[in-house]
Design a protein around this ligand. Structure first.
Ligand SMILES: *[C@@H]1O[C@H](CO)[C@@H](O)[C@H](O)[C@H]1NC(C)=O
Length: 493
């Protein structure tokens, strides 16, 4: 403090001195002072709003009083193989041709036609490849293709990887883990032997660039075509193994994901399998808190079944703006008439839906049978952690830590570089969409805004959005993992 005062006094003297000798100078001197300091010892410059938020987070984020020591994560896991689409098809000795969409891919020819169909539109798509042997051959060719990049994939594996970054934490991962995935996983992750399998579940991600040409086909923009023959994740085949391994592992937190994978298997399978999943999850409940990570779904009936049967028996969920709106649409909740969000999702509308989920399917009313008391909502520009009062602690740190990891990981960095991120969140917003509502604002020196509605408290923090993101796959998983690490569950009397 004294140092700043001293520099200030010195400046005043200097400016005063020059003013007397050369009236032009103070202007130039002040301009000079407005620039970044020439050295660490230089005069203090005004921090940007991003710098203010980032340093305020550092001061705010503290570990919870009671930290988790053992976390069990399941059950979707795979290897993402990112490769040039045209390059791979050429390596498979496929010639260019005309595009034609296929709902399910049965052969290399179907793959080619469907890939071309989407490439010439520059549109993203994801398909199931039905023939196991052919798929294995293509997957091997893709994994060995020069420049192919192999990554850990699947929400459970990605959450496990993030948690394994904390050496004091024991992490159990259950899912279809093949030899390649096992190799890619952090050494600290424990995989129960029953969940190891001989072959990996490869998800092939065929990329193409804007303007890329193959025969008569030209891509108007860059995008990706994804396909797999993933039966294990589609059926959540390791769910029972996961639940069985909890008895030995004795986790203090369970993280579950992969329910969305069953949707593609058709109604008959998911109706049956969801019932079994509910039984399995019910075996875990009461003993340890369960966090459910949601992911993109398209079938309203399936979403509705998850909302009715699964959400009330878990303690916490994590989701993004599309999943939140779809939840409301599936259950005719608030703002379900919206077809999609227009730009940055309105904080008031988001809060309305979060409150509705916790009141209709959670424990906002202490008389309710439901267990859900926590929702970690993330969208590009801001995050909200909404908790029913009395069940969770350290929410300010948890929501800030989740936002901090979003800003650093998207840029491929370990910590936030304030020159590479930008604030995109609204500076002023409301606690609900309609009256009565509270007008709230973002304070960069106190960047977690807290507001209450009913028995629920909302903690909102902006994201410092990476201006040139490197890889955004798994960002939601990292946000939820980080938020959980800084959260604690309060003991109930
Ligand atoms: C909030 O909690 C009180 C009891 O603490 C309960 O009477 C009330 O119904 C709850 N409100 C809602 C909206 O569930």
């Amino acid at each position: 403090m004294w140092k700043k005062a001293f520099v200030g006094a010195l400046l005043a003297l200097t400016v005063g001195f020059f003013y007397h000798t050369d009236p032009e100078l103070p202007e130039r001197l002040l301009q000079y002072l407005a620039q970044p300091p020439p050295s660490p010892e230089g005069a203090p410059s005004t921090p940007t709003i991003e710098q203010m938020i980032s340093s305020a987070w550092e001061a705010l984020i503290t570990a919870p009083a009671r930290q988790w020591s053992r976390v069990a994560v399941g059950v979707n896991a795979c290897v993402d193989v990112v490769v040039s689409g045209v390059g791979l098809l050429q390596a498979l000795a496929v010639d260019p041709g005309v595009g034609r969409d296929h709902e399910v891919l049965h052969s290399k020819e179907d793959l080619k036609a469907t890939f071309i169909h989407y490439m010439e539109r520059g549109a993203a798509a994801e398909r199931f490849f039905s023939d196991k042997e052919t798929f294995q051959r293509i997957a091997r060719a893709a994994a060995e293709y020069p420049g192919a990049q192999l990554y850990v994939g699947g929400n459970a594996a990605l959450i496990g990887q993030k948690l394994a970054g904390y050496p004091q934490l024991m992490v159990l991962l259950c899912g279809p883990v093949g030899p390649k995935l096992h190799e890619l996983l952090d050494d600290q992750i424990v995989v129960p032997p029953e969940s190891l399998q001989e072959t990996d579940e490869f998800h092939l991600i065929l990329e193409y660039k804007a303007g890329e040409q193959w025969g008569p086909t030209r891509a108007p923009q860059a995008n990706r075509f994804i396909f797999s023959h993933d039966m294990a994740n589609g059926e959540m085949s390791t769910l029972e193994t996961f639940v069985a391994s909890l008895e030995d592992f004795r986790p203090d937190l369970v993280v579950l994901s992969g329910l969305h994978m069953m949707e593609g298997q058709g109604r008959e399978l998911w109706e049956e399998r969801l019932k079994e999943a509910v039984v399995a999850i019910s075996d875990v409940r009461n003993e340890v808190p369960i966090h459910l990570e949601l992911a993109s779904m398209t079938d309203k009936d399936y979403m509705n079944s998850i909302m009715q049967e699964v959400i009330p028996i878990v303690n916490s969920i994590g989701l993004n703006e599309q999943e939140l709106l779809f939840l409301s649409q599936a259950g005719s909740g608030p703002h379900s008439e919206l077809a999609s969000w227009d730009g940055v999702p309105d904080v008031g509308r988001v809060s309305d839906i979060l409150l509705w989920v916790l009141e209709q399917h959670g424990r906002a009313d202490p008389g309710s049978e439901a267990d859900l008391t926590r929702i970690h909502f993330h969208t590009l520009a801001y995050h909200i952690l909404a908790t029913v009062d009395g069940y969770w602690g350290n929410q300010v740190s948890a929501v800030a830590a989740g936002a901090r990891v979003a800003g650093s990981q998207a840029c491929g960095l370990q910590s936030i570089d304030t020159a590479k991120v930008a604030l995109r969140a609204p500076r002023e917003f409301h606690s609900s969409y309609s009256e009565p509502r509270e007008t709230l604002s973002l304070d960069p020196t106190e960047p977690v805004t807290v507001y209450r509605r009913g028995n629920v408290t909302f903690y909102l923090t902006p994201v410092l959005v990476c201006k040139q993101p490197l890889r955004t796959v798994g960002l939601g998983d990292a946000i939820s993992a980080e938020g959980l690490l800084y959260s604690e569950i309060l003991q109930q009397q």
